[in-house]
Unconditional design. Structure first.
Lengths: 71, 72
């Protein structure tokens, strides 16, 4: 069994794709996280129904997250 | 002694499950892990949006607060 937090730990310094509750997608390099699933992302990009925006470094609050996929 | 939900989830480890989420999302995948928040790790997951397949992924973490139900 792989606990969710262990998979996050293994995903550090890797690019992840994150789905948010409002339908947005964020892609960026995961450089940190905590027990609330708050995350720090670098070189982050936001995709809002095809409308893309570069955000750079990002602190994402965990309560907005639906799913996280390491890519 | 009643069957506790998280113990029941343990029975589904390594099995294919259907996970229905808020907002019309659904995942089908092999349950690889979970924690007390019902955060899940799904392998070979298929993601559906309003019944339509949108993506296949090798591994995905689903945050527990979006879960409506998990069906073994």
């Amino acid at each position: 069994m792989v606990m969710p937090q262990n998979l996050l730990e293994k995903s550090l310094e890797r690019v992840v794709n994150i789905h948010l509750k409002d339908g947005r997608e964020i892609t960026g390099k995961l450089t940190g996280y905590d027990e609330y699933m708050n995350m720090v992302l670098e070189s982050a990009e936001e995709d809002r129904n095809g409308e893309k925006r570069r955000l750079g470094t990002l602190i994402l609050r965990g309560n907005n997250v639906v799913s996280i996929t390491p890519i | 002694m009643s069957l506790k939900p998280l113990n029941s989830l343990k029975e589904s480890l390594s099995n294919r499950v259907i996970v229905e989420l808020k907002g019309g999302r659904e995942f089908r995948g092999t349950l690889d892990g979970y924690d007390v928040h019902m955060n899940l790790v799904l392998r070979q997951a298929e993601e559906f949006m309003n019944g339509e397949l949108v993506k296949r992924t090798e591994v995905t973490i689903v945050r527990g607060d979006n879960v409506i139900y998990i069906s073994p």
